[in-house]
Design a binder for this molecule. Structure first.
Ligand code: NAP
Length: 291
């Protein structure tokens, strides 16, 4: 699969990586089915797996997705060292809610647990899941810098951040990736300049929920503009949208999720789907209702 730089002083990774969340939250498949989806993604050429400690049912289940990925990699006959695993810390799941916790003690504990769940001595990419409004960003990022210094993290990433927050974090430690939402339904990463800033700095922009997330992606097959383009190319509406997201910046990498082999193989195919200027412009101009 074609590749892009993950970020400054980091390797190239496949332009399509697997987002692990739905394999571990409510509605998740059985473990062996989840492992098969991960294997199919790797076999399709993906070299980036995105996970988080909180991809699980609740606080009693922390690390579910990390353990799933560790198992899948153990059982995969390919070259483990060619795969980048990106995890995150900074959220919790009390009673299944998604809460923020960017306190240094929490991030340290979370990182230790992720090391265990992933069964590694050092995490490839560790991302602050989201800034915590109750903790100064420099304290959360400073903790990640310390963990990196201690050899527990290789590269540091941020998620759900503004350009100002990226700059603030960069004044503390090199930032390799930024993971924000980007799809035709949600374009704030374009409007606020985050995608452009990442391109300027060579920071990998990991586009999350690239087909709109669990609910909105179901609207794509009947979207008039996307369906027409998909038909012309003999491909799926999802892959057309993924190709559009990939086109939004030279450092964009997409991390679509999947709970089936068919879906992840289809997503992988978007890496080579060429859309014309007219087709890209038609999607730019189209309305994507989030109702
Ligand atoms: N940093 C953050 O705060 C944050 C937030 C949300 C997500 N993420 C990350 O981004 C990843 C992706 O986001 P997401 O899970 O919200 O949504 P998504 O990638 O937009 O996908 C949502 C659903 O769309 C379906 N789908 C995707 N590609 C498809 C294809 N080619 N053909 C048919 N169906 C397809 C899949 O359904 P099925 O499951 O039925 O196969 C998938 O679960 C997550 O897994 C997670 O790793 C990060």
């Amino acid at each position: 699969m074609n590749t892009r730089s993950l970020g400054p002083n980091a390797p190239y990774v496949s332009v399509v990586g697997l987002g692990g969340m739905p394999l571990s939250i409510q509605g998740r498949p059985a473990i062996d089915a989840g492992v098969r989806v991960i294997h199919a993604s790797l076999d399709a050429g993906m070299t980036l797996l995105d996970t988080a400690d909180v991809y699980c049912l609740d606080d009693n289940d922390i690390g579910h997705n990390e353990r799933l990925i560790a198992q899948a990699l153990r059982e995969w006959p390919g070259e483990r060292d060619s795969i980048v695993v990106a995890t995150k810390g900074g959220l919790t799941r009390p009673e299944g809610r998604w809460d923020r916790n960017g306190h240094p003690e929490h991030l340290r504990r979370a990182c230790e647990k992720s090391l265990q769940a992933l069964a590694v001595g050092r995490i490839d990419l560790y991302q602050l899941h989201a800034p915590d409004p109750e903790v100064p960003l420099e304290e959360s990022v400073g903790t990640l810098a310390d963990l990196r210094q201690e050899g527990k993290i290789r590269w540091i990433g941020l998620s759900n951040v503004s350009v100002a927050e990226i700059k603030q974090a960069e004044s503390i430690v090199p930032i390799v990736t930024v993971q924000n939402r980007l799809s035709p339904f949600f374009r704030e990463a374009l409007r606020t300049g985050v995608v452009e800033y990442c391109a300027q700095r060579g920071i990998g922009f990991l586009a999350y929920s690239p087909v709109g997330g669990g609910r909105l992606n179901k609207k794509l097959p009947t979207h008039p503009v996307v369906a027409e383009i998909a038909q012309r190319h003999g491909t799926s509406t999802h892959s057309v949208v993924l190709a559009w997201v990939l086109h939004q910046g030279e450092s964009v990498i997409i991390i679509p999720a999947a709970r089936t082999i068919e879906h992840t193989v289809d997503s992988a195919s978007s890496a080579t789907l060429e859309l014309s200027h007219e087709e890209l412009a038609a999607i730019d101009a189209a309305e994507f209702s989030i109702a």
